[in-house]
Design a protein around this ligand. Structure first.
Ligand code: SF4
Length: 272
């Protein structure tokens, strides 16, 4: 693999990395210490808001390819302390290779966190047992029908909640802070008071927080982002219900490297 492009904005560095078979995947360096890595070329989950899964899965990445993103970033002079398995792909659907890469990073003394839709749950169960530094489980809706529209290929939420409940019941409050439900707020889709109320119920029942993400508008995806006021209102609503809520940080709301914006073959979309 080799670095094909580096796109900088004032906060993030987006690395376009070419594989031996001529796909380009992406990794993002942000906060001056974190590298977000891709785990698949494309993504079979095909979340409706996300550019990464637009064309489905092209292939899994090998453990070496996942690790190489880190090696190449280091060669480019990036100082890395944390790895986020949050780039292109669902880490649990390439689980054996992701685990190998995880243990490599751990041996290097790096902290590893995950974003996952929890699919398949048998691998989620295993992930929860690993010495990770944080797991965000993307749910994006608590209504079965709506969730199917946003995350077309995933596990039913009830199954995910069951696994989480079992795992969390043995953990101290301090350890529970490493877990969040990720909820990407999309205007007019999942931002009603009724939905947010159910989200609060779910988070409170599990005793974990909510990572409330702002949708980044992407060409060709027909959703609208919430205004800053709507976003703030949703935040306050959840807070007032007693939920621990975090908002998208500045790095996650950028056109370069923000949530859902990474893509395969950015410069050559015709080959995807
Ligand atoms: S959000 Fe994650 S799981 Fe969903 S399509 Fe994008 S990369 Fe895949």
């Amino acid at each position: 693999m080799k670095v094909e492009t580096v796109i900088n904005d004032s906060l993030n560095r987006l690395l376009g990395i070419k594989t031996e078979d001529s796909y380009t995947v992406e990794a993002v360096y942000y906060r001056g210490d974190t590298l977000c890595v891709s785990t698949q070329v494309g993504c079979p989950v095909r979340c409706a808001f996300c550019a990464s899964g637009k064309n489905g899965l092209l292939r899994n990445m090998s453990a070496e390819e996942i690790i190489d993103q880190y090696r190449l970033a280091v060669k480019e002079g990036m100082k890395i302390k944390n790895i986020a398995f949050a780039g292109i792909g669902e880490p649990l659907l390439n689980w054996e290779n992701v685990k190998k890469a995880f243990w490599y990073f751990k041996e290097k003394g790096l902290k590893c966190s995950f974003y996952t839709t929890g699919f398949p749950v048998k691998n989620l169960e295993e992930l929860l047992q690993l010495p990770h530094s944080g797991v965000n489980i993307s749910i994006h809706s608590v209504s079965t029908e709506k969730r199917k529209q946003i995350i077309p290929y995933g596990e039913p939420l009830e199954k995910i909640i069951q696994v989480l409940k079992k795992h969390l019941s043995n953990l101290s409050n301090r350890k529970r802070k490493m877990y969040n439900l990720a909820y990407l707020l999309i205007s007019g889709v999942n931002d009603s008071k009724e939905e947010l109320n159910k989200l609060a119920d779910t988070a409170l029942e599990l005793g974990i927080g909510v990572s409330l993400l702002k949708f980044n508008e992407i060409e060709g995806i027909p959703y609208r982002t919430t205004t800053d006021e709507e976003y703030e209102e949703a935040f306050l609503f959840l807070k007032e219900r007693g939920v621990r809520v975090t908002l998208s940080n500045r790095y996650r709301t950028r056109k370069i490297g923000g949530c859902g914006t990474l893509m395969v073959n950015r410069l050559h979309p015709e080959t995807s």
